[in-house]
Ligand binder design. Structure first.
Ligand SMILES: [Zn+2]
Ligand SMILES: [Zn+2]
Ligand SMILES: [Zn+2]
Length: 314
């Protein structure tokens, strides 16, 4: 296979990626609720094609799900079983020099879940959630493209000062739409600002990612003012607490709330909340006791109270 043939595959991937993403975004901007599902399917496919191209530029065989069966001739004849979502992310993270940020990975995984729901189940779409998550995706894709050159060992600032030109048309689409989405988010945020100011406890919503989820402690309810999702506090805890299994976080059952000793802790990227006494903690305020590993809050010594007393009385 010639160099120009390889180039052709890449161009086709890039072109299709851009077309799918643009089409999907335009559906959302038109705001026809019934089209949201097509929009998600298009944006998901387009984003995967783009990421496949990034992988393809690392090595053409990475496009095959089974690298052992990779044949250049199959590529050109479209006889390829191409890499699936999980493998694609794995290869981007482990076989390429590209840096896949956690935020982008989160957005991609969210989109894959939504896609599966659309294809397999009845799924009422929450359009506020979709808009907010897609806005986040656009921002993260823009940073990803911006950062691509940093991972390229052949990158030559003098001769190739704008690496983005490789994805220029996609980049322009992302930028154009991200402005429209930002406007939407600003408008919506402005509308709910007053309501939020009156709330006692507001955390980040796991669905739309905005810091707009009110915990109404007395009513036992959680309500997101941005995406309007509503749960009882117990339902919310049961449904979203699994996020704490993310290896990057450290809350597990052995950790207890420093204030009330309940182990009903909920953790996200920004905060830890006890769903028993509803104390909210910043990650930076929490640590584990050096001696007994108990979770402690703003301890200067690094020890829990009882270990500290033991040490001082020795
Ligand atoms: Zn929300
Ligand atoms: Zn507590
Ligand atoms: Zn201790």
């Amino acid at each position: 296979m010639q160099v120009e043939d390889l180039e052709k595959v890449s161009l086709a991937l890039q072109e299709n990626a851009k077309d799918f993403i643009e089409k999907g975004l335009s559906y959302i901007i038109e705001d026809e609720l019934k089209d949201y599902k097509y929009s998600l399917l298009h944006i998901f496919s387009g984003t995967l094609l783009f990421l496949k191209d990034v992988l393809y530029k690392e090595h053409w065989s990475f496009l095959f799900q089974d690298i052992d069966k990779a044949k250049k001739s199959d590529l050109l004849e479209n006889k390829i079983i191409s890499v699936n979502f999980t493998t694609l992310l794995f290869r981007l993270e482990n076989l390429s020099d590209v840096k896949l940020e956690k935020e982008l990975k989160d957005d991609l995984q969210w989109m894959q879940k939504e896609r599966n729901k659309i294809e397999h189940f009845y799924n009422p779409i929450n359009h506020h959630e979709v808009r907010s998550r897609i806005a986040s995706l656009l921002g993260n894709l823009i940073s990803f493209i911006n950062d691509l050159h940093k991972s390229d060992p052949d990158f030559d600032f003098d001769n190739d000062y704008d690496y983005r030109h490789k994805y220029q048309s996609l980049f322009e689409v992302l930028q154009k739409y991200s402005l429209m989405f930002e406007t939407y988010i600003e408008k919506r945020s402005l509308r709910i600002k007053k309501d939020l100011e009156a709330c006692d406890l507001v955390i980040h919503c796991p669905l739309c990612k905005q810091k707009t989820l009110e915990i109404k402690i007395d009513d036992g309810l959680t309500i997101c003012h941005f995406c309007l999702s509503e749960h009882t506090t117990d339902m919310f805890y049961d449904k979203y607490n699994h996020i704490s299994l993310d290896p990057e976080f450290y809350m597990d059952d052995s950790n207890k709330c420093p204030k009330c000793w309940s182990n009903k802790l909920y953790e996200n990227t920004y905060e830890v909340i006890c769903f028993y006494c509803f104390e909210r903690y910043e990650h930076s305020e929490l640590s584990n006791c050096y001696r007994c590993d108990t979770l402690i809050h703003e301890s200067l010594s690094g020890y829990c109270e009882s270990c500290w007393e033991d040490i001082m009385s020795d």
